[in-house]
Design a protein around this ligand. Sequence first.
Ligand SMILES: Cc1cc2ncn([C@H]3O[C@H](COP(=O)(O)O)[C@@H](O)[C@H]3O)c2cc1C
Ligand SMILES: O=C(O)c1cccnc1
Length: 340
Amino acid sequence: MPASGLPFDDIRNLIANMPGPDMAAANTVRARDKELTKPAGSLGRLEEIAEWLAAWQGKAPPRVDRPLVCVFAGNHGVVAQGVSAFPQSVTRQMLENFAAGGAAINQICAAYDLGFKVFDLALDLPTGDFTEGDALDERACVATMAFGMEALAGGADLLALGEMGIGNTTSAAAIFAALYGGGAAQWCGRGTGVDEDGLRRKIAAVEAGLKLHASHLNDPLEVLRRFGGREMAAICGAILAARLQRIPVILDGYVVTAAAAILHALDSSALDHCIAGHLSAEGAHAQALVKLGKQPLLALDMRLGEGTGAALAAGLVKAAAGVHSGMATFAQAQVSQKGE
Ligand SMILES: Cc1cc2ncn([C@H]3O[C@H](COP(=O)(O)O)[C@@H](O)[C@H]3O)c2cc1C
Ligand SMILES: O=C(O)c1cccnc1
């Protein structure tokens, strides 16, 4: 047991006691949907989104008045293996760019009027290099998960998750390979744009990590602390806290999905309150989403991270809630029904 903070057992207890969907709220949305001035089913997945929002907010009609994008940032020891096309210093430089409003995520948040918060997770203290040891000890891992839970303290009614951390696509690939097998090459992609040699170094790093930690891969929380960055631990915490506080969640690309996959491996219903915002162009994201049983909302050939795909999807989710709650019924608008 760690000296302070929650031990892994407390995380397991939280997961064992997660609230389920509010089916009454979902049914109320489905019933009202039939009355709205449109042919039945004509809004396709927007209708499903409204139901999903209601089920996880526990409210009909669902409301998205305070959507929040949370970006968690961490630095990774595995960068020493030459796995990124960019230097580690870029993580902090991008945080300064976020603060100045100059990043892609800033402009997407502005376009859709989304709240935006960035959390710096001990950037001066990179995690251990997982090819040589554990990325995090249990105490640091659970403390960072708890920090991620606190990120929601200011309240929100929809959460979109993002990350920033040079080297974290290598960490994500190691997590997927540890959880799902298939070998390092299957899960490693170009990330920020590594060349052939860089890709070979990524694969070698993931292979070395899988070998070093081979006897601990059957416990997802051990996989998280051995391979994960602090941003991934915090994302796990935020997803759990959102479930407990009835806040639906939108996942981003490859890296956020790797963090989420840890929770899914612990309990296959742990991500029922989450949707996949987009399909990342990072090659292995598609197979990761298949493992989670999630169909992405968008597929725009994006591979940035920062929560950009999740935030774009949040704009759609916001629209879905507004459409459902704001549309008139056939009776209200005095529009004739089918066959009338
Ligand atoms: C300028 C810049 C802005 C970014 N914004 C997100 N990422 C993305 O790239 C990083 C992961 O890729 P890799 O594993 O190859 O280092 C993460 O920080 C991720 O959020 C960025 C990367 C860069 C260079
Ligand atoms: O899909 C992602 O999350 C991603 C892809 C490349 C680089 N950083 C993040």
